[in-house]
Write a protein that binds this ligand. Structure first.
Ligand SMILES: Nc1ncnc2c1ncn2[C@@H]1O[C@H](COP(=O)(O)OP(=O)(O)OP(=O)(O)O)[C@@H](O)[C@H]1O
Length: 511
């Protein structure tokens, strides 16, 4: 059987060897509350006292405790540690130590003896905290480890130990499984949650969308073994004040990430709706509920970034920037950012639409749709998800929408004007021009598919003839594509020739 000292050393060794170090630029006291609470003690030690070597636990611990004593507000006096079921799991060990030792003890020890502080906290937790589930091994859960408090880890780092020896009389574990239609379905987030609030029936508990019912459409809580009172109608659930753990969720898993955040803020939730209801208002997403609770930073600096970038950057670069923000920057409200900047983000498409489809009121919507498609493609390319997962509107991908701008242009010519141009210009053709004109038109009408080369000195009317041919074909409700080898040449052609041949042919569907 290991001594308490050896257990602690094991824990530190394990954490030292397995856990990635936090980023150097990440300072504990600057972190938002919800991040702070998941930073385990060894990390805090390193962050708050970077010069200290890992070798000496005592040396490492003392500066942390001192630092926290000086910088963190003490928990409120009315806040009894043992009643803090959910918060307790998030309280770092120095806080626990400070909290569980009375003022007289503090003055006696002066908090000089860190091992004493540590062990009294561990002892305290041994008596009151349930051991993590047997099938949940800390060593296998590098990402999740950070949400385990040190005493939990300590208990777990001694799997060979006798349970009674460490003061744990039984094992209680709760697994939160998630159904297909829940926001966590993709990852099937396994969570450890605290047991239900005191109640004897499901009505008393106030379950709306059951959190604890085994059903394909509901969040399922599986309590394996446990102390506590049986609850009528809930054979697998017992009422207890057991601590639980919520596994770490990557921010990419957006709704699960915010759900997890809410689980730590809202005590005794009985349903997803309960979690999303803030001040009596049911929010559509967990993210929006987090926003209202003030758990998220606002997007002001991202807004300023996009404003600034739009002054100098092309829309393509703006879209790249927005893509990076979406995927990597955990925006609080991407939809508002999109609404604010969508005209800048799709400026190139809007201009293109203006050029070829003049005066159409739906042009902007179509340009925005195209922009969303481009953003979604970019997001998927960098390993993100569909943009609807980030709260943006899902773009419509159809054959005949704005994507096919050439087709739109070809079916939107003013035929009356064209008819007049054809009549007047046909009358102007010289004999040579008319000869070429009639042969080409005959080839088109008879569908013989010939290839003609027009070669004549400059200024003799080649472009004039080509434009008349284009107008004539279009006036017959057929499609005529004019392509050129350069932008400047393209501007000479009726209907706006396209600078590169392949872009024109690729973008039109002739069906
Ligand atoms: N049959 C015609 N009747 C009236 N104007 C004509 C006629 N043919 C050509 N033109 C005019 O002559 C000018 C030169 O014609 P165009 O630009 O078509 O020549 P081009 O052969 O294409 O020249 P380049 O090889 O330099 O591009 C234009 O202003 C055009 O409108």
């Amino acid at each position: 059987m290991l001594s308490a000292n050896e257990i602690m050393q094991l824990v530190f060794d394990d954490l030292r060897s397995n856990r990635p170090k936090p980023l150097k630029s990440c300072y504990f006291h600057c972190l938002p509350v919800h991040c702070k609470r998941f930073i385990s003690l060894p990390n805090m030690a390193e962050l708050t006292n970077s010069v200290v070597e890992w070798k000496s636990t005592t040396e490492t611990m003392l500066p942390v405790v001192d630092d926290l004593r000086e910088n963190l507000p003490n928990p409120s006096e009315s806040c009894d540690l043992h009643s803090l079921l959910e918060p307790r799991r998030c309280v770092s060990l120095p806080n626990l130590a400070l909290r569980t030792i009375s003022t007289s003890e503090i003055s006696e020890t002066g908090l000089k003896s860190t091992p004493n502080v540590m062990f009294s906290a561990v002892d305290d937790l041994r008596e009151n905290v349930k051991k993590p589930s047997e099938n949940c091994y800390v060593q296998c859960l590098p990402a999740q480890k950070r949400s385990l408090s040190l005493p939990d880890v300590a208990l777990h780092a001694n799997p060979g130990g006798d349970a009674s020896e460490v003061g744990v009389s039984s094992v209680t574990s709760a697994e939160l499984l998630v159904s297909n239609d829940s926001p966590c379905a993709e990852t099937c987030m396994p969570c450890m949650v605290k047991s239900m609030p005191p109640a004897s029936t499901s009505e008393d508990i106030g379950i709306e969308t059951p959190l604890f019912v085994s059903s394909s459409s509901a969040l399922v809580l599986k309590v394996e073994v446990g102390e506590g009172l049986m609850i009528d109608g809930w054979p697998t659930v017992k009422n207890d004040d057991a601590l639980g753990r919520v596994y770490t969720i990557h921010p990419h898993n957006t709704e699960c990430y915010y759900l997890r955040m809410l689980l730590h803020e809202i005590r005794g939730p009985t349903s997803f709706s309960h979690l999303k209801t803030i001040n009596g208002i049911l929010h559509n997403t967990f993210q929006s509920a987090c926003n209202v609770l003030g758990l998220l930073e606002d997007d002001n600096h991202w807004n300023n970034t996009l404003n600034e970038a739009s002054l100098s950057d092309l829309p393509t670069k703006l879209r790249e920037l927005f893509t990076v923000m979406l995927v990597f920057c955990q925006l609080s409200d991407p939809l508002t950012l999109w609404d604010t900047h969508k005209n800048n983000l799709s400026e190139d498409s809007i201009r293109q639409m203006d050029r070829y489809l003049q005066g159409d009121a739906d042009q902007k919507d179509e340009a925005h749709n195209k922009c969303l498609i481009q953003i979604e493609d970019a997001v998927l390319a960098v390993g993100g998800q569909s943009i609807s997962n980030y709260g943006l509107p899902q773009p419509t991908r159809t054959e005949n929408n704005f994507e096919n701008i050439v087709y739109q242009r070809e079916i939107n010519y003013d035929l009356n004007t064209m008819a007049k141009v054809v009549v007047s210009n046909e009358g102007l053709l010289t004999n040579e021009q008319y000869n070429v004109y009639s042969r080409i038109m005959h080839s088109i009408k008879s569908d013989t598919g010939k290839m003609f080369f027009s070669n004549a000195p400059a200024g003799t009317g080649k472009t004039f003839l080509i434009n008349l041919l284009l107008t004539k074909v279009r006036n017959n409700r057929s499609i005529a594509l004019a392509v050129a080898s350069s932008d400047i040449a393209a501007t000479l052609l009726e209907g706006g020739g396209w600078p590169t041949q392949h872009s024109n042919f690729l973008s039109i569907s002739l069906t």
